[in-house]
Design a protein around this ligand. Sequence first.
Ligand SMILES: *[C@@H]1O[C@H](CO)[C@@H](O)[C@H](O)[C@H]1NC(C)=O
Ligand SMILES: *[C@@H]1O[C@H](CO)[C@@H](O)[C@H](O)[C@H]1NC(C)=O
Length: 352
Amino acid sequence: MLTARKIKTLAYGACFLTVLYYFGVFTHLFESEFKHHFRYPYDGDIEELVQQLRSNATPKVPPINTYNFRFAKSSSNKCKNVENLRLVFLVKSAPEHFDRRLAIRSSWGFEHRFSDVEIRTVFLLGERSDATSQLKIRKEFESYKDIVQANFTDDYYNNTYKTMMGFTWAARFCPNARFYMFVDDDYYVSTKNLLRFIRNPTAYPNYLEPAKQRKLHQYDFDLDVNVRLYAGFVFVSAPHRHRTSKWYVSLSEYPYDMWPPYVTAGAYVVSREALLDMYYASFYTKHFKFDDIYVGLLAYKCKIEPYHCDQFYFNKLGYNFEDYKYLVATHGYGDPFELVKVWTQQRAKNSA
Ligand SMILES: *[C@@H]1O[C@H](CO)[C@@H](O)[C@H](O)[C@H]1NC(C)=O
Ligand SMILES: *[C@@H]1O[C@H](CO)[C@@H](O)[C@H](O)[C@H]1NC(C)=O
């Protein structure tokens, strides 16, 4: 017979199980091991297919994924006839962030910052349904000619579309740059330090003792135009199975216990060779809703190992001149006044 006590125990048990379920404990039990079982459609070696697409040949296997963007604004002349184009900023921005874009154009995104280094900056935007903001963007585009916008709704869960629009744009309209920096519009970037970093990532920052530095200098990225660099703050982490998480993923979306190693999406730099390989790899990589994971998947399929540098901060590093001396990028600059203030100070000290 069920006594009150037994009922109570059962009820507690049920609650306990519900809580475990909610926190994804059971989901973890059904995950499979990334290390031994990882597969993600297209299931097969794609290197040859990528090379076939890159050389305009018909690939042996037809693509399984195609991002058919219709560019409403393409700023297609941005990189045209630019010789020795060193760096392109692809700034992931939201349509209504007019003031952030203005601040970026006049600070780290300024194209004429250095007389001897060619830099270009474009802003990646999705669409909004309201006519007022579309009109404002059109005016902004006419003034600055630096907006890239295609037909997808601007939304957090559409960030992969924004990123792949950037890859598509670069491959189609701007394949002549050495390096591409993808960065959010709420970042502070030191363009000067970024240029130093891409000159020789393994020797950056240069406060290492000279003996060690010399050893690292054996490999000079600058001389090797074929280098496949994909760099920033690298994460090796597990999927969130907690049901309330913004980053929750179900087993059917992704069944493994670990993500492929990836660079956090707020700021990362890719060389031309990496960008083109990864772009064409997207034709053989099923869409995924989180952009940093998707880019990580592309790199993994291309066998490009992400390169970690802790001078890319995915959270905000509190401001202080010394701490910002070698910093490449930091999150937390959604306030355009603060951004310009910090940038002006760092520039005066020759660190921006
Ligand atoms: C954008 O337009 C292209 C070409 O018209 C179309 O194939 C594609 O499905 C559209 N994309 C979205 C997300 O609506
Ligand atoms: C992503 O963009 C597509 C195409 O505009 C749209 O249909 C879809 O609703 C968007 N997704 C989200 C989550 O906003």
